[in-house]
Design a protein around this ligand. Structure first.
Ligand code: SF4
Length: 240
């Protein structure tokens, strides 16, 4: 949490971040979601999963949450963004990435990537808020991971964007720091029978807000350009 004297600086950084990503506004001719018709079973399966999450008490987070936050978005998204866990705003609303970090993620998706939030799917590795915004504990992640794997198995995105170290380390089963992981695709092995899904680790928007610098925002932008290129979507030219 920023001290009172830092609030102006934080606000200015936030405005500059928004301007930075707004500056990349593009309009894509190609849809971000696969052009297939929504299949009722996938939609229903995701609804069923959300119900199970809502009654889940497999870890202690289920006893302290206000609302569960299973995830939301296009069931046929080509991109799934995975964060680490709900914060206070998300816990209050039952929706992922709706606080300050969510506003920045929205800017990245809409203004920087030229997509709509409804084109992608957004969720977290744990579906209930860790108290005091602490990182989820290993046993909580282990308890919750089957839900995320089911979501990914239903949606089958072409690219997973892991937002921040906990998500990247969990999905890649590594202890390497995010600074070493980001910037290139890794294979997320869904199961023994399916081809791996490309996974791009990048900085969490909350980290970007806390550690504002030209270098950090450029790195996130480079990561998103790589994702766009992989999907054959237009990559804006200009800054970066
Ligand atoms: S965090 Fe996941 S495993 Fe833990 S109670 Fe919530 S839904 Fe269940």
């Amino acid at each position: 949490m920023a001290e009172k004297g830092d609030l102006k600086k934080v606000f200015n950084q936030h405005v500059q971040l928004e301007e930075y990503f707004t500056g990349f506004a593009i309009k894509s001719d190609k849809p971000a979601a696969a052009p297939q018709q929504p299949q009722k079973d996938i939609i229903n399966e995701l609804k069923q999963l959300a119900k199970e999450v809502d009654t889940c008490r497999k870890c202690v987070l289920g006893t302290t949450r206000t609302n569960s936050v299973p995830g939301e978005g296009n069931p046929h998204a080509q991109i799934v963004f995975v964060g680490e866990g709900p914060g206070a705003d998300e816990d209050a609303q039952g929706r992922p990435f709706v606080g300050r970090s969510g506003q920045l993620l929205d800017k990245i998706i809409t203004n920087a990537m030229g997509l709509k939030r409804s084109d992608v799917y957004i969720c977290n590795i744990v579906k209930c808020r860790p108290p005091e915004n602490r990182e989820p504990r290993p046993e909580e992640i282990i308890s919750c991971l089957p839900f995320l794997k089911r979501q990914l198995g239903l949606i089958r995105p072409k690219v997973i964007v892991a937002l921040g170290a906990p998500a990247a380390k969990t999905l890649l089963e590594t202890n390497k720091p995010i600074g070493q992981l980001r910037g290139r695709f890794h294979d997320f092995n869904f199961d023994d029978f399916s081809p791996p899904i490309k996974l791009m680790p990048t900085f969490h928007p909350a980290y970007l807000l806390r550690n504002y610098s030209d270098e950090n925002r450029r790195k996130v932008w480079e990561d998103m350009k790589t994702v766009l290129a992989e999907l054959g979507l237009p990559v804006p030219k200009g800054r970066g």
